[in-house]
Design a protein around this ligand. Structure first.
Ligand SMILES: *Cc1c(COP(=O)(O)O)cnc(C)c1O
Length: 375
């Protein structure tokens, strides 16, 4: 059986978790959390990185930091995970969905301006498959209308746009360390903060609305409740697991990239014949091999292909049901303009097995079977 995903484990995870236990420090913000934050800050060159319990929670923190209020509108693609929208819906925002580009499946930057209204507060670009949205254009619109930009970079750890790490271009960036992502702590995430002024507020929101972080740094002599907040910090056990992987980040990256390139090479003849579509990486984007997907002709062909591969013990998956067509999507949001690509492309997309340690012969086998299917 070729699985779709196997959570990454590079070797030192158990040792680091054992160290956290031996240190008698297993709650949040111990030395492993600090190591992870520093590693992320160093590699992304961002002002501040704060480990969180998930990307969902990092996005919720960003919504709080942007002071999202009932009635505010937030622009995002409909082709994304529910958390992208939920983080804002929880604060009473109404979601304005914009169509995606057929090449990258990212929000179509040329349609965003038409979706802006006097109530618009933020734009949330989702870097699908770790391939960047057109950030120059998005930042230009945000500047023109004074909007916040929160990058959903859940899939974009180690990816870049014109040399800038994803998650560091907008006001806030959100990473995921869920077990299905490139680097993992089981459940986990990180909030990246671009502007210094937001750091203290973010630390307070993350620590139950208290100034505990300042207290630990010796900047105040007692800690107290200073604003609304929640508990967004992961345990040291999660951070210890994650740190083992961050240390090996380049090895994981190279391994995934090798699989990605092999898929691309083996499936290119089918693409040349026009049988299926392969991912597109625009100029200026450095991706991270988060996923390898193909696009079949339509829903019927995709369903047949999934079944064909399943019988050969090859697991493939698809996503997302476009949010605007989900029950909560019509309740909390509206689609702006015409849905030309969102539904159509989502019905064609199929994700192939991709994980750290995937064997080259397995990639070859999957490709051979796809080629057979199309014969
Ligand atoms: C995985 C994912 C999330 C959610 O991440 P969690 O860490 O599970 O909360 C959000 N957005 C996108 C695009 C994702 O792929």
């Amino acid at each position: 059986m070729i699985k779709f995903n196997i959570p990454p484990c590079t070797g030192k995870e158990t040792e680091y978790i054992a160290q956290a236990i031996a240190d008698h420090k297993i709650c949040g913000d111990g030395r492993f959390t600090e190591k992870c934050n520093k590693w992320i800050e160093g590699h992304t060159r961002t002002q501040k990185a704060l480990l969180t319990t998930s990307c969902t929670h990092a996005t919720e923190m960003a919504a709080l930091l942007c002071d999202i209020q009932p009635g505010d509108e937030v622009i995002m693609p409909s082709y994304t995970f529910v958390s992208t929208a939920n983080a804002f819906v929880l604060h009473g925002a109404s979601i304005v969905f914009v169509d995606i580009r057929p090449d990258t499946l990212n929000i179509d930057e040329t349609l965003i301006e038409a979706a802006v209204t006097p109530r618009t507060k933020a734009i949330v670009p989702v870097h699908y498959a770790g391939i960047s949205c057109e950030m120059d254009k998005i930042m230009e619109i945000a500047k023109k209308y004074n909007l916040k930009v929160i990058e959903d970079a859940a899939q974009g750890v180690m990816s870049e746009y014109k040399g800038r790490p994803l998650g560091t271009i907008g006001d806030f960036g959100c990473f995921s360390f869920h077990e299905t992502k490139n680097y993992s702590s089981g459940e986990g995430g990180c909030l990246l903060i671009r502007d210094k002024e937001m750091i203290e507020k973010a630390e307070i929101i993350r620590e139950k609305g208290t100034n505990r972080s300042k207290f630990f740094r010796g900047q105040v002599d007692k800690y107290t409740w200073v604003s609304a907040g929640s508990s967004y910090l992961p345990s040291e056990l999660n951070a210890a697991y994650l740190y083992a992987q961050l240390e090996q980040a380049q090895i994981i990256y190279d391994d995934r990239m090798r699989s990605w390139e092999l898929y691309y090479k083996y499936l290119s003849p089918l693409k040349e014949k026009g049988a299926l579509s392969l991912p597109v990486v625009p100029d200026g984007c450095k991706h991270n091999a988060h996923m390898f997907y193909i696009k079949a002709a339509d829903l019927k062909e995709r369903t047949a292909l999934i079944e064909y591969l399943r019988k050969l013990d090859i697991c493939t998956v698809f996503h997302y049901i476009p949010l605007h067509s989900a029950p909560a999507g019509s309740q909390y949001g509206r689609f702006c303009g015409e849905d030309i690509y969102t539904t159509k492309e989502s019905e064609r997309l199929l994700r192939l097995p991709m994980y750290y340690g995937l064997k080259q012969e397995d990639v070859r086998f999957v490709c051979e079977k796809i080629i057979e299917f199309y014969q």
